[in-house]
Design a protein around this ligand. Structure first.
Ligand code: ZN
Length: 361
């Protein structure tokens, strides 16, 4: 099923209805929407997978739409007898409907692991304790700002073996996560060379992944990142699907002894990118005209009616910028005389930028 960035619960349900026999309701959201879980396979190695605990991070959910039928396919006998997957495609259906990170009580479910204040957090914890999984996959999406390492490429995929304590000790559970991630990265290396990053490991016991790792369950955080120009994230979706397949291989491969140093050699996520740098722009700052400036633009994802729009906002301007962009555009000479007016330290009004960008297309 092809989809754009917006994947509301009803659209997901259109897909899930064919799997009713293996789907059950594990709880209800703040606004009483059902939280669903699919159980697939019959193997002893249990993997608990949840996506869209942040409602505006739909890419990994889209990859689950690819994984589910692929895994069910009869030719995957070896996988069926090795693994049982417990898949929660949308832990935060209320946030998914309105395209927000937080749930309907405006709580970040990935900061609720200690308090357990929200029904969605409780549903996940209940299932976690009931299943006692061998591995957890905590699926997320990342903004376009991250690179894989300093001056590296755009981070298309990023992973984290969450810490279990402030010292970021390599506990047995964490070591296992590190090994599986290293296996995935090795398998995907050729395909997306230099575009895989390692997410910040700072310990935060309020985060679900850190909490489960602390409880002794290997957990892997997936971050679906950005392929330049792929704002609908259909390409990233395929890479996430590839990463799922690589994960099974990584677990099943005997004698694959990865050391923590293999994991630690994956380049860190750095914040280095903006979406667009527009050059040759004359701007008015508090009445003074500054000529031939570069402006760094970041798109803000905004749900308007039934689709996500990418509204430009200015992050910085100057003759030299301390940022790289996924795209560079020079304002054509014919429109270089146009001026953008704004006041220092204030974002350029969306409308002015939208108008300006429409001239460059
Ligand atoms: Zn997230």
């Amino acid at each position: 099923m092809k989809c754009k960035r917006y994947l509301p619960p009803e659209q997901l349900q259109e897909f899930l209805s064919q799997f009713d026999a293996i789907t059950k309701i594990i709880g209800f959201s703040v606004q009483n929407r059902p939280i669903k879980m699919l159980e697939i396979g019959s193997g002893p190695y249990k993997i608990l997978i949840w996506s869209q605990m942040h409602g505006n991070e739909s890419t990994t959910t889209k990859a689950l739409l690819d994984l589910i039928p692929w895994f069910i396919d009869v030719n995957q006998e070896k996988l069926h007898s090795s693994f049982t997957l417990y898949i929660i495609p949308q832990l935060n259906p209320d946030g998914s409907l309105v395209y927000t990170r937080n749930n309907a009580n405006n709580i970040d479910l990935n900061r609720d692991a200690i308090k357990m204040s929200q029904p969605e957090s409780k549903a996940l914890k209940f299932i976690y304790e009931k299943i006692k999984p061998n591995l957890c996959l905590n699926l997320h999406g990342q903004q376009t700002i991250y690179s894989a390492g300093k001056e590296g490429k755009s981070a298309i995929l990023s992973f984290l073996a969450p810490a279990a304590d402030l010292e970021c000790s390599i506990t047995p559970a964490r070591r296992r996560s590190m090994g599986i991630i290293s296996g995935i990265v090795k398998l995907l290396e050729k395909e997306i060379s230099g575009s895989i990053g390692r997410y910040d490991e700072t310990f935060n016991p309020n985060c679900v992944g850190d909490s489960f790792t602390q409880s002794g369950t290997p957990t892997i955080l997936f971050e679906a990142g950005h392929v330049p120009d792929d704002y609908q994230r259909e390409k990233t979706r395929l890479y996430i699907f590839e990463a799922f397949k690589a994960l099974f291989i990584s677990i099943l491969q005997p004698n694959q002894a990865f050391e923590p140093k293999d994991y630690l050699s994956i380049p860190n996520n750095e914040i280095e990118f903006c979406d667009l740098i527009l050059s040759g722009v004359n701007i008015l700052v508090d009445g003074n005209e500054i000529k031939k400036q570069k402006i760094a633009i970041q798109y803000r994802e905004t749900l308007i009616k039934d689709s996500v729009h990418f509204l430009p906002e200015m992050k910085a301007y100057g003759t030299e910028l301390d940022l790289r962009a996924h795209k560079y555009t020079k304002l054509p000479a014919s429109i270089q005389t146009s001026k953008i007016e704004f006041h220092d330290k204030e974002l350029i009004k969306n409308r002015a930028l939208i108008n300006l960008l429409s001239l460059t297309n």
